[in-house]
Ligand binder design. Structure first.
Ligand code: NAD
Length: 310
């Protein structure tokens, strides 16, 4: 199995490392910056004898490297700086995604696409418009990350093993995302029974601001270790046909009363990509929060269309 990763910056390189070193797939790393992808791929390949894997890792600037890929991950584009929202990246990253996906539509038309570049739900929409692939074959990685942040903060609160916490975040990848405490469990117990609602509200807010918290610390860019772990989990689910259940940004066609918008909902990931969209019976408030988040994504898509028309 082969995965092409476009963007060999912090997120892309961390994805390449995780995917190769955990033996998920061979990796082709592509970046516009001359020498960057070649150098990082070579460096990763040289670690293989010590790490003990036999995955092939190559890099370069040429999109023919993406040929024959089963999965393409797109992480190219600007990250946030302190004080910026993800939507502030729209004009620059929308152009970058348009250019990259146009190239990939020639060299990797049959791949399954995982978008990472922000503003996530909108870059996924733009890529889908250009690629024209069935909706099963294109998704955005955000819920996988937002959910592990939520799980981590719950585990910190309970002082328990993070792996024992299950939790889910729906909605767009921004401040309007929708963490769902009602579905969160620790060791099979409802966290609503273990943590006060006031404290849970604080954990939900910290989850919403999880990316911003890290940008504020780093100052020069955004998170990349946990995002790469989220990407690797999605790639593994697809190339190993694992049928994993997790949230992903997918094109809705009537599910949750939403149409023609990419937004995070629970899905089943396997060899065919998004094999099922799971429709939960949300409470009125949860559904309203999901619709509010989708409306925010829709407004950002409209802004992109205005930029195109200008
Ligand atoms: P980075 O600056 O470290 O890397 C970005 C890379 O993209 C650079 O190496 C750059 O040369 C490359 N690039 C730019 N234009 C290109 C083009 N036209 N073709 C090929 N490569 C090009 O940034 P990063 O920290 O890796 O973040 C990348 C993106 O991922 C950002 O938009 C960031 O906001 C986003 N992100 C999303 C999530 C998520 O949950 N979806 C999480 C973290 C980061």
């Amino acid at each position: 199995m082969k995965v092409a990763i476009v963007g060999a910056g912090n997120v892309g390189a961390a994805c390449a490392q995780r995917i190769a070193e955990t033996d998920i797939a061979d990796v082709a790393l592509i970046d516009i910056a001359e020498g960057l992808a070649v150098g990082k791929a070579l460096d990763l390949a040289e670690a293989a004898p010590l790490v003990g894997h036999s995955r092939r890792i190559v890099g370069g600037e040429d999109y023919t490297l993406a040929e024959e890929s089963d999965v393409v991950v797109i992480t190219a584009g600007l990250p946030r700086k302190p004080g910026m929202t993800r939507d502030d990246l729209l004009a620059a990253n929308g152009e970058i995604i348009t250019q990259i996906v146009t190239e990939l539509s020639r060299t990797a038309p049959d791949a399954i696409y995982i978008m990472v570049t922000n503003p996530l739900d909108v870059t996924t929409y733009i890529a889908h418009q250009i690629l024209g692939v069935p909706r099963e074959r294109i998704m955005g990685m955000a819920g996988a990350l937002d959910s592990v942040r939520f799980r981590t903060f719950i585990a910190m609160e309970l002082g328990c093993a993070p792996a024992d916490v299950q939790a889910m975040v729906l909605g767009g990848h921004g401040d309007s995302m929708v963490p769902l405490p009602r579905y969160a469990t620790a060791g099979g117990m409802a966290v609503t029974e273990l943590i006060s609602s006031a404290r849970l509200d604080e954990i939900v807010e910290r989850t919403r601001q999880g990316g911003t918290e890290i940008v504020a610390h780093l100052k020069t860019g955004g998170a990349f270790y946990a995002p790469a772990a989220g990407v690797a989990q999605m790639v593994a689910a697809i190339v190993r046909d694992e049928k994993r259940l997790m949230p992903a940004s997918v094109l809705l066609r009537g599910e949750y009363g939403l149409d023609d918008v990419f937004v995070g909902v629970p899905v089943k990931l396997g060899a065919a990509g998004v094999e099922e969209i799971i429709e939960l019976d949300l409470t009125e408030d949860e559904l309203a929060a999901l619709h509010n988040s989708a409306e925010h994504v829709r407004r950002t898509i409209a802004r992109w269309q205005d930029l195109q028309d200008a």
